[in-house]
Design a protein around this ligand. Structure first.
Ligand code: SAH
Ligand code: SF4
Length: 421
């Protein structure tokens, strides 16, 4: 059974209650700041430019940028008034011009297994309507993984994925991607409290969000620039401080962008493989028709920095009678030869209307054993948060679909970007 928290009425623990107050304050400031540009997700240069634009003198820019960075990403404040060491008149100027408000939390659900799912609403941007997305936190022994969305919906239509049934509404912006990490840390009490002296760096040990995976809604390589900017902020060692070794980007196989992601983002790579023959992969992961297996695997072989210590994760969803035979396992081992790899077997998570069944557990274990004996780590991903529809591939928001014309325009611009890249 899932627990749904009513943010206004629940009193689970004193700290959660305090956080609920913070969330209410955030929601109010979202409304107040909806039209103002957000400072969240900007690079240091971007932040410096925003400060200059409200009149901060050139010689103070570096110091002020550093101060703001610290308040935003070490202390996690969501209101300029909390920035104690910033002069009051500057705080006012910043508040007049910009927003640092969090997205609104529409619902927060907690699974029996401790997984949390937030539905977040981002305010309207210009002509675009407000949108909703989902972010999931998965606590495990010794670590906690945040599954972050990159798009509202997805242009791809993988047949086993719930998100794939929701058309693309729009790409998320860097502030919306970083905002998901900030919300999770707010709600988990994962920012140091006000007693922590200014200037202190949040220790990278003992934190609840230790890993980020770009495995929520959407295809992150179709929103390359925003994901890159957001991950640069997330991995900044004087801020959110998530090491690039603890950030994983999962792609369905946007081949032209894979090498670029390795060079410019430098995070860990996961590939949604799911089939070992083009005929089946064309059906399950339709982007395969454009970038078939041979090209995908070549791009993987060329991924910068690969070694036994830095392997690619190949995700393989276990679909009963479809891709789970020992012949498939054998072919998998053959095609991955020479690539430092780990194979993550994902039991299929059903959703209303899905046409597949999850493989039998015995078959998943037989498959895993074969792959393991061939020398690959082959963990079976324990399904988490199924009761709250938070498991892999179950995410889908109710955001209004993009009008056909808007979508066609966006896709056309994406294709020309890809061609240029
Ligand atoms: N669009 C990206 C990242 C999001 S999906 C991608 O496709 O890689 C995150 C992972 O969940 C992918 O490996 C995806 O194939 C897998 N997945 C999707 N639907 C699933 C389902 N119903 N059950 C199990 N895994 C699923
Ligand atoms: Fe999109 Fe990934 Fe789902 Fe495929 S698996 S539809 S790429 S989110």
């Amino acid at each position: 059974m899932a627990v749904s928290i009513d943010l206004a009425n629940s009193r689970p623990t004193p700290s959660a209650a305090a956080l609920a107050g913070q969330a209410a304050a955030n929601a109010a400031s979202v409304q107040a700041g909806a039209e103002k540009p957000s400072l969240i997700g900007l690079s240091r240069e971007g932040l410096g430019a925003a400060l200059a634009a409200v009149g901060v003198p050139e010689k103070q820019l570096r110091m002020r940028t550093q101060q703001l960075w610290h308040w935003l990403y070490v202390r996690g404040v969501s209101d300029f008034s909390q920035m104690a060491n910033v002069a009051k008149d500057l705080r006012q100027k910043l508040a007049d011009a910009y927003s640092i408000a969090r997205p609104e939390i529409v619902t927060e659900q907690i699974s029996v297994d401790g997984t949390r799912k937030w539905v977040l609403r981002f305010p309207a941007k210009g002509a675009a309507r407000p949108v909703e997305i989902e972010t999931v936190y998965i606590p495990e022994e010794g670590r906690g993984t945040l599954c972050v969305s990159s798009q509202v919906g997805c242009t791809l239509t993988c047949t086993f994925c719930h998100t794939g049934t929701q058309r693309l509404v729009r790409n998320l912006t860097p502030d919306e991607i970083v905002g998901q990490i900030l919300i999770a840390r707010d709600r988990l009490g994962d920012f140091p409290d006000a007693a922590t002296p200014a200037g202190a760096i949040v220790p990278s040990e003992g934190r609840l969000v230790t890993n980020v995976v770009m495995m929520g809604m959407g295809e992150p390589l179709y929103n390359f620039d925003s994901v890159k900017e957001a991950l640069a902020v997330a991995s900044d060692g004087e801020g959110l401080s998530l090491s690039k070794r603890r950030i994983t980007l999962s792609t369905s196989g946007v081949v032209p962008m894979i090498g670029k992601a390795g060079e410019e983002m430098g995070v860990m790579l996961a590939i949604s493989l799911h089939a070992v023959r083009d005929e089946l992969r064309d059906e399950l992961v339709p982007i395969n028709r454009k970038y078939p297996l041979a090209e995908l695997l070549d791009a993987c072989r060329a991924y910068p920095g690969l070694s036994n210590a830095k392997r690619i994760t190949f995700e393989y969803v276990m679909l009963k009678g479809v891709n789970d035979s020992l012949a498939d396992a054998k072919e998998l081992v053959r095609i991955l030869r020479g690539i430092p790899a780990k194979i993550n077997l994902i039991p299929f998570n059903p959703w209303p209307g899905s046409r597949y069944e999850c493989s039998d557990w015995d078959q998943i274990e037989r498959f895993a054993d074969y792959v393991n004996q061939a020398g690959y780590a082959s963990p079976i991903r324990t399904p988490r948060g199924r009761d709250i529809f938070a498991a892999c591939g179950q995410l889908k928001s109710e955001s209004e679909r993009m009008r056909k014309k808007e979508r066609t325009e966006l896709e056309a611009s994406r294709i020309s970007e890809l061609a240029a890249g």
